[in-house]
Design a protein around this ligand. Sequence first.
Ligand SMILES: NC(=O)c1ccc[n+]([C@@H]2O[C@H](COP(=O)([O-])OP(=O)(O)OC[C@H]3O[C@@H](n4cnc5c(N)ncnc54)[C@H](O)[C@@H]3O)[C@@H](O)[C@H]2O)c1
Length: 250
Amino acid sequence: MPTLDDKVVLVTGAGSGIGRAHAELMAARGARVIVNDWVSASAEETVARIEAQGGVARVCVADVSDGAAVRSAFAQAQDALGAVDVLVNNAGIASGLVALEDVDADSIDRMFAITVKGTMLCTQAVLPGMKARRSGSIVNTASIMAFGSHARGSVYAAAKGAIVSLTKTWAREFAPWNIRVNTVAPGRVSTAMTAHLSANAAYEEDMRRRVPLGRRADPEEIATVVAFLASDEASYVTGQVISPNGGEVL
Ligand SMILES: NC(=O)c1ccc[n+]([C@@H]2O[C@H](COP(=O)([O-])OP(=O)(O)OC[C@H]3O[C@@H](n4cnc5c(N)ncnc54)[C@H](O)[C@@H]3O)[C@@H](O)[C@H]2O)c1
């Protein structure tokens, strides 16, 4: 089992769903965890859950698309828990399936601000420290939709496609400092983001037909992949996109 002993991990969007699963698993594997979310009550709940299991965690409230807020909140959290060794850029929002003709410009701006700009701003905030220590692991979050798995998903797919591009660009750019950059691209996962879909019987039946393993993932099944990428066991893995998706995209 990959250990994260002595590592400081910062997970964005860790107040819920997959991000909370990352935070809890990494804490259970020995990391001190900085729990970012823009909803402070959600981040506090994740920290309380980790502490109840004997782990070490700290709340870090910031909207990832707000550079000044990210820099200030990340600096305060690092003063408390130590310099970030592992950054998991997980925060994200959903967008429904919409025909391109019906996509409104504001939804494009909002998606790109949180997904693409947010990933860039959070990475900028930890990069100088990782470079100074000549060590780091960054795990970004895409989706199978980056590979064209769904029609009518332009906005989300384009933003997640950009995450794959950033991952490969940064893997080359940061390698001289021994900083690895990878992406997890989940398939369908049971979280608040997808709860409205799980409640739709016809959608679920279609999902079971399309996914060879015949079910959604639990958030913990994404977290185990990210914990590996974060750990020193993945020391020769960089620029890769790993897609736990039940076989939906092969
Ligand atoms: N659930 C899925 O099926 C699925 C599939 C593929 C990829 N993903 C990706 O996984 C990530 C997590 O998704 P989830 O399903 O756990 O969603 P979720 O809605 O359960 O959790 C997302 C968390 O991010 C936080 N957040 C959103 N915008 C933020 C911002 N600007 N700043 C800080 N925090 C913010 C939310 O408050 C929430 O706590 C997202 O990037 C999502 O796109 C999810």
